[in-house]
Unconditional design. Structure first.
Length: 507
């Protein structure tokens, strides 16, 4: 997703809920900016972006609802009329029931000669559509009349600018409330809403532009956000610089445990990713039949073939970090591998079937830990929470917070707009990534990256956020070479190396 800002060098880092954004709006008005002025600024900002992104539109059709979001739409319509651009408003909410600033915006549009019509049987066939139907206040399923309007917008195949939030998208959770507008461009105001950057938000918003509308910085200081957008350049600074006289023992030893019969590739990819992330030593404990392929693929790793937990135990004396789960399976062998890892007391990264075994209490783990990173996708998260995937996706923020509270440590809820929850600090949203990551092995590479970061001394908090961010950014870099359909997990590893070239220099 492309993120830009109208009035600042970059898209904001702090993300807000809808209620927090309303508090920002109220405090901005209390600071001396009239509500009508804020609405005019919002309309002007959106209209400016429309002309910039879709210059010379043949026509503009503005779908307006019944609240303040509609007021922004009426301002846009009035501005278009002033420019002699053919424009009309399709009023889904009764325009006569608008109050306050929204009513003033309606009157302004009418004074400029804008035609206001009821919802027609067919939508527009040319120009640009402006979606000003529903704002951040939606809490239930989209009502039938609005659903009909949204369907008309989506069926038009015309470019759509969404005002503040695509109608039908829950700005708090990123959930599509039955149906939602698919926008090419979304201009959001005052507070960057967290739901726009995860779940369905990334798919529905298109390009996302932030407009602060001149709200003073002091207002933002009064409403602290509890959620941040991850920024790679800043996080890379957490990697310690390497001394000129450094040796491999300074950068830890990662052991990957996984690769049950038929699943050796997952563990091998994780091991290679750990090595390329900068771990001093990487070893792999796997089924004996995978030893030769692993050494052929990556001779820098040490590989031991183990057939039982008892055989694994002596190998656990050397590693400083364990990554358990890539290709692990759920056989008795798998359970023994996980049990030995849990009993070691070493920092852990758990992924894939390690999480499924944990959810099934095989072996039973009663207490939370502060030295592990869990990396579930929504299905695994649902099993860990004894829930269902749809519930996890309905509120990804609540799900990742519940997982972190239950299991401790750091939790990465993977998916579109991955979320990172840690014991301390704000919840982080990873806005990078692309659909090409929907292929086998991506999670294994992530696990290896995380293990490599932990081995170099990063805390679970920092390793989780940086690892998830590196993984997503590497995918965005690699997709330029391979495209979304052809992208493979191992394609991320060269891109990962490029990104890590930005790390601090020697000391």
């Amino acid at each position: 997703m492309k993120l830009t800002s109208v009035d600042a060098p970059e898209f904001p880092r702090t993300l807000y809920t809808s209620e927090q954004t309303r508090q920002l709006d109220k405090r901005a008005i209390a600071s001396g900016i009239p509500g009508a002025q804020l609405m005019k600024r919002a309309g002007r900002a959106a209209f400016g972006q429309l002309l910039q992104r879709f210059p010379g539109p043949a026509a503009i059709t503005v779908y307006c609802g019944g609240g303040n979001n509609a007021g922004d739409g009426y301002v846009i319509a009035g501005l278009a009329a002033q420019r002699r651009i053919p424009v009309r408003v399709i009023a889904v909410g009764d325009p006569q029931k608008l109050t306050g600033e929204a009513a003033e915006a309606r009157d302004y549009a009418l004074q400029e000669g804008v035609d206001v019509n009821a919802l027609p049987e067919r939508g527009p066939e040319e120009g640009v559509i402006v979606d000003a139907l529903l704002g951040t206040g939606i809490s239930g399923e989209v009502r039938p009349t609005y659903a009909e309007a949204i369907a008309q917008i989506n069926q038009s195949a015309l470019p759509v600018l969404a005002v503040d939030v695509p109608s039908g998208l829950n700005a708090d959770t990123g959930t599509e409330m039955g149906t939602a507008v698919r926008a090419a461009l979304t201009v959001t105001f005052i507070g960057a809403k967290r739901g726009l950057l995860t779940g369905r938000g990334l798919a529905l918003c298109g390009e996302l532009v932030f407009a602060g509308l001149g709200v003073p910085e002091a207002v933002y200081a009064e409403v602290p956000g509890e959620c941040h957008r991850f920024e790679l350049a800043e996080a890379l600074a957490a990697l310690p610089a390497r001394a000129v006289d450094a040796h491999k023992g300074d950068f830890g030893h990662v052991m990957i445990i996984g690769g049950d019969t038929g699943y050796g590739g997952a563990a091998i990819m994780a091991a290679e990713a750990a090595a390329r992330t900068g771990a001093g030593l990487v070893s792999l404990a796997t089924r004996p039949e995978h030893v030769a392929p692993a050494l052929t693929r990556c001779p820098e790793i040490m590989v031991c073939g183990v057939t039982s937990g008892q055989e694994l135990e002596p190998w656990l004396a050397r590693p400083t970090v364990l990554v358990v789960g890539p290709g692990l399976g759920q056989s008795p062998w798998s359970e023994q591998m996980l049990q030995q890892a849990l009993q070691s007391g070493l920092p852990l990264v758990l992924d894939a079937d390690a999480l499924n075994l944990l959810a099934a209490q095989r072996p039973a783990v009663a207490e939370a830990r502060d030295n592990w990173v869990l990396t579930p996708h929504p299905g695994e998260a649902a099993r860990l929470l004894q829930s269902v995937t749809s519930e996890v996706q309905r509120d990804r923020f609540a799900a990742v917070a519940a997982l972190q509270k239950r299991f401790g440590g750091a939790v990465i809820l993977k998916g579109s707009g991955s979320l990172v929850a840690t014991p301390e600090g704000p919840l982080e949203v990873i806005s990078a990534g692309n659909p090409g990551m929907a292929s086998g092995g991506m999670g294994d590479v992530l696990s290896g990256i995380l293990g490599g970061l932990l081995a170099q001394g990063l805390s679970v908090d920092r390793a989780a956020a940086l690892g998830a961010g590196l993984h997503a950014e590497a995918a965005d870099l690699a997709v330029g070479d391979w495209g979304e359909r052809s992208l493979l997990a191992t394609d991320l590893i060269p891109a990962l190396c490029q990104l890590l070239q930005a790390e601090p220099g020697h000391v």
